[in-house]
Design a protein. Structure first.
Length: 54
């Protein structure tokens, strides 16, 4: 987690908040930086983060 946060240019605490839902609406640029750090396109990130159908 710390490595991904550093590559994205955000703090580990910010990433923790995003992951736990305490930051439910992260800024677009934060999401884009995380996608780049994870070597994912924005489309791939959306698919991976979409809620599962009920």
């Amino acid at each position: 987690m710390t490595e991904v946060a550093a590559r994205a240019g955000i703090s580990a605490e910010t990433l923790r908040k995003i992951e736990t839902g305490r930051a439910p609406t992260p800024a677009f640029f934060t999401v884009a930086a995380l996608a780049e750090a994870l070597e994912l396109s924005m489309d791939q990130l959306v698919v991976r983060c979409a809620p599962l159908a009920a």
